[in-house]
Design a binder for this molecule. Sequence first.
Ligand code: BGP
Length: 476
Amino acid sequence: MREHFLWGAATAANQVEGGFDVDGKGLSCADMLSNGTKEIPRQITPKGSEENLYYPNRIASDFYHHYEEDIEWMAEMGLKCYRMSIAWTRIFPTGVENEPNEAGLAFYDRIFDLLKEKGIEPIVTISHYEMPIYLVNHYQGWASRDVIDFYLNYCKVLFERYHDKVTYWMTFNEINCGTLALGNYMSLGIVNEGTRYFNKQVDSLQLRYQALHHQFIASAKAVQLGRKIDHRMQIGCMIAMMPTYPFTCHPKDLLKCQKQWQEINYYCTDVMVRGQYGSYAERMWKEMDIQLTISPEDSKDLSLGTVDFIAISYYQTNCVSHEDDHSMIGGNLLAGVENPYLKASDWGWQIDPDGLRYTLNELYGRYRLPIMIVENGLGAFDQLEEDGQVHDPYRIEYLRCHIRSMMDAIEDGVDVIGYTPWSAIDIVSASTGEMAKRYGFIYVDSDDHGKGSFKRYRKDSFYWYANVIKSNGQKL
Ligand code: BGP
């Protein structure tokens, strides 16, 4: 392992901060999502709150009021870096203001300064599954080209203010979520007619892929802008790696599998790393019967705004088959054919440490850019014991196997520069809105309805991970 390997942990503003209406913050699309469960999907009420619904992201883990203590504990764990995101609505409450909200900027100054004091490098996602709800309601989110300029204005403010404090940036979280119907609201800010359940929206491929194109332009322009403001900044893309295996060695399974890699895993990275759409994109658009508006200016921007590194989330793998009669299993974004060789989490995510080594080799072989694993972890039910302990051997086992696999990939020659497991502390689940689906090293005493003391407790995994970092991965 390299000496300065970035061992860390991750969160996202909308899932951890709470404080949804303080210091001038505006409402974001995440603030308008009700809670749910694995079985009952979250509801979207973009036009306003409803009394009978609970909106968990508004309170989340109340990091907004606990950040000093939380960062203190992160330092105690020995984190070298902390992957976090900035809430767009703290800086631009509706997204269309000309001037930023100073109180929001000051909050992140306090965070960055404290991190620096503790020797923790911030790694910042500019937009992590949230945007001002105003832009959703008045512009159809990223479906509108106008949103590119609003986003760039936001980026400009961030880069100018924090370029001395933040080196690593990511333009969008899991941008390839936009290649899936689920991405409509969460990732692209599009609300279509249909049910109000966020995973059952009527899907317009035309709108969705055009919106994703707008995000590519926004990201490419942000990269160019960032370089102009401070060439030391490293700006990356971030995708949800959803590796797929062919269910059998039937050639048709293999072809289907390759198609899925192209359409879900590589569609975005090809554009953001290579500066142009992949060779298969025209075929995809034809099959979907969509026509994208891509100007010559757009193509130029894409080629000028390629990223410095690739960040991924990695939780699970699935299989594909050309036959339909298989039992399906899935995570928050994508379902696939069940792999008989893998076990799944309580939420049905198939656990596959070897798949990480495979994936890292694939990705690095294709692009030859440094890779950061900015999410990896196990969502599980944890039990807070009466003596304040939380025993989570299942999480330790999950992380241990994945770290081993990452280290094998590094031995294989892959340039992995950082690892920030999901999540530093317990936070609200993105897909279900549950608090009971816990990922953190630090337990937060709050339930699915925001009831609890919000007191923090160190889990067993906290002490274990501290040792991993201290030994630079030697003590697993
Ligand atoms: C990723 C998201 C995160 C996160 C994680 C776990 O897709 O980037 O925001 O929450 O998955 O997913 P969930 O919270 O749905 O269990």
